[in-house]
Design a protein around this ligand. Structure first.
Ligand code: PCA
Length: 205
């Protein structure tokens, strides 16, 4: 993947949080990586209609080799490399437009899940050897992240575009869990170390 064109996306804060670690990571990538390596960044609304639409608009202007979608998965203790996007939505949490979509398949009559084409196991092995807390996850949940992930993989499939996509969920930051009992969290520096390695892999390093 030498000289890859890369897009990284993150999400705005949601569900009463004042920050979303994926937005903070996006700011860091913008500052430290984007000029030297030509990485594009895009912040998405936590909206079932607007999230995929904003991303689709960006993808209509430029073809990327790699698209890394970042989001927060509160309650997890490791950075999760999401192997699959489920063709399913199931949530009781309204999005930022106050919409709760009906439970069920995102698109009838096609696969129940779409898989990331990126080498997630290789990335995990490399990161675990460096003592960094990473796992491969088999569910991106039933909310906006999974929806955006599924729609992105599906649109690329329909448009026969070869961009390689994966979703990466990150835990809460320590400042988000002070009032949340024993909920796990992760230091921003650890998340950055993990993403740095993944970006280097994507850039052909
Ligand atoms: N996480 C949510 C949506 C936005 C975000 O950062 C999710 O996991 O669906």
């Amino acid at each position: 993947m030498k000289n890859s064109r890369i897009l990284v996306t993150g999400f705005r804060p949601f569900q009463g949080e004042s920050i979303n670690p994926s937005e903070i990571l996006l700011e860091w990538i913008k500052k430290d990586f984007s000029i030297e390596h030509g990485i594009d960044t895009l912040l998405l609304p936590v909206s079932f209609t607007q999230g995929p639409a904003v991303l689709r608009e960006q993808l209509s202007t430029k073809v990327y080799d790699v698209i890394l979608l970042l989001g927060q998965a509160g309650g997890r203790s490791k950075v999760s490399l999401e192997r699959v996007a489920l063709n399913w939505i199931e949530t009781e949490t309204p999005d930022e437009d106050q919409q709760i979509p009906r439970q069920g398949a995102i698109e009838e009559g096609i696969e129940s899940a779409l898989f990331s084409p990126l080498p997630l196991s290789e990335w995990k092995e490399k990161l675990v050897k460096m003592n960094l807390p990473v796992e491969v996850s088999l569910s991106a949940g039933g909310y906006v992240c999974n929806y955006v992930y599924f729609q992105t993989l599906r649109n690329l499939q329909k448009d026969e575009i070869t961009s390689k996509t994966c979703f990466i969920h990150v835990p809460y930051l320590p400042e988000q869990v002070v009032d949340k009992g024993n909920t796990p969290s992760m230091e921003l520096e650890t998340m950055k170390s993990i993403l740095r390695v993944i970006l280097e892999q994507c850039l052909g390093g």
